[in-house]
Design a protein around this ligand. Structure first.
Ligand SMILES: [Zn+2]
Ligand SMILES: [Zn+2]
Length: 241
């Protein structure tokens, strides 16, 4: 049993690590095509971003691996395989519920980590990326990584979700983590600056957090930032931020 848990944790660490490397490499390549020279002179920073991110992969992989083992071997969690186990409308709603719960957790822990002491101890690592690149998606100090790593493994015990919907959540999590840091806007202007953009977070919004620190704390949605008066609107993409 111990070996099975260990193997599951190891497998999850590998999955998270490879997923990070592929997603970040893909968008770093896209950056080279779309914004040649954007990461010029950032080689040392990028190496650091990759090291912290790979350490984070283990911190994310271990709790995920333990829970995945429990799901398979012990029937833990509310993750279901039969798509008809819950009404079909629950599929998209469960995705939204996971994103909203994660966003809420992230907003408040992130805001807390901007207090001087937690910032110094944990969050400074993430902000050492100036400006962040596509490799910064998981560049967190282990303490900060831990606050992120517990989210999905906890939610699966609280909110029922189909395994496919969970895969969608994890894909959105990975893609937004990478694209929000890559230094240019991937999504079309009509979306970012339109009605949907008033509520959704993309690179333009998170860039401003990295430039000004004390605003735009959210992860997926601007709801908490707007409610709490911490939303400063979209940032600009000039180097040196
Ligand atoms: Zn960031
Ligand atoms: Zn921050």
């Amino acid at each position: 049993m111990t070996l099975a848990i260990l193997l599951s944790a190891l497998a999850m660490t590998l999955i998270v690590g490879v997923r990070y490397l592929l997603a970040s490499a893909g968008f770093a390549l896209a950056t080279r095509v779309r914004q040649p020279g954007l990461y010029r002179g950032l080689d040392r920073q990028i190496r650091r971003e990759i090291s912290w991110s790979l350490a984070s992969a283990a911190i994310y992989g271990i709790p995920a691996g333990i829970v995945a083992w429990g799901w398979q071997a012990r029937g833990w969690t509310l993750v279901y395989r039969d798509v008809h186990a819950y009404p079909i409308w629950w599929l998209p709603l469960s995705v939204l519920a996971y994103l909203a719960a994660h966003d809420t957790w992230f907003y408040w822990t992130h805001r807390w980590m901007h207090a001087p002491r937690p910032f110094r101890i944990a969050h400074a690592v993430h902000h050492a990326s100036r400006p962040p690149t596509a490799w910064a998606a998981m560049a967190f100090h282990p303490w900060e990584a831990l606050t992120g790593a517990v989210v999905i493994p906890t939610l699966v015990f609280v909110i029922p979700i189909h395994i496919g919907a969970l895969a969608v959540v994890l894909t959105i999590m990975t893609l937004m983590g990478v694209t929000n840091h890559m230094g240019w806007e991937l999504f079309p202007r009509w979306l970012v600056e339109g009605r949907a953009g008033r509520w959704l977070i993309t690179a333009s919004h998170h860039q401003r957090h990295h430039q000004e620190y004390r605003c735009n704390y959210g992860l997926y949605f601007r709801v908490w930032d707007r409610l709490c008066g911490t939303d400063k609107g979209l940032g600009r993409f000039d180097r040196g931020g």
